[in-house]
Design a protein around this ligand. Sequence first.
Ligand code: SF4
Ligand code: SF4
Length: 193
Amino acid sequence: MEQNITINSEEEYRTFLKQLPKYRGLRGRFTTFAITGTVHAEELKDFETALNLKKRRARMTFLFDRACDIIDAYNEANGITCRYNSEGICEDPKHQTRKNGCCCHCYLQSSTGCPSRNLSCKFYFCDHICKKFHPLTMEDIDLLKMFNRSELEIIKNNVFVTRKTYINLLCLGSYLLFCIYSIVKFYRIKNVF
Ligand code: SF4
Ligand code: SF4
């Protein structure tokens, strides 16, 4: 089955976002989507790609990487970055004892920064950075509406894991399993530092 969706106004775009749970539901699995329109062209292309990826892992991987790319591009365009001095101390006056900034508690940290990619970490900024700039929040990225409530809770809280583990947890999609995993993860972190 094929479904053509045309979006030519902000109102139609908002209505489309509200209908996403229906499009990504059971019927959507057997539907090929063609989405066109004159507003939010980039977002519409992303939604079309995501909705046409029927395998869960492929869809989760695409959504994860696209959301990371959107945040990276925004931060680069707006000069949003944590700056460190030669001793690796970040510019936030409240955290002058932290070498490697917020990554200092993570067992993945390396001398060259994060060795992986983590969507939850990309949303985290301290008050110092938030006052100086306006980093994106989860509400600012429409593509995240492709995730259900349980997956969004995982995205809110899934710091300190590699890209591969992150995508595995999204594929599982169970908030209960995620909570159990998080307890084990933080016990491990506690024992490392
Ligand atoms: S978010 Fe703030 S505290 Fe964390 S590394 Fe960046 S500047 Fe430092
Ligand atoms: S996973 Fe997060 S906390 Fe760990 S090194 Fe990467 S960005 Fe830092």
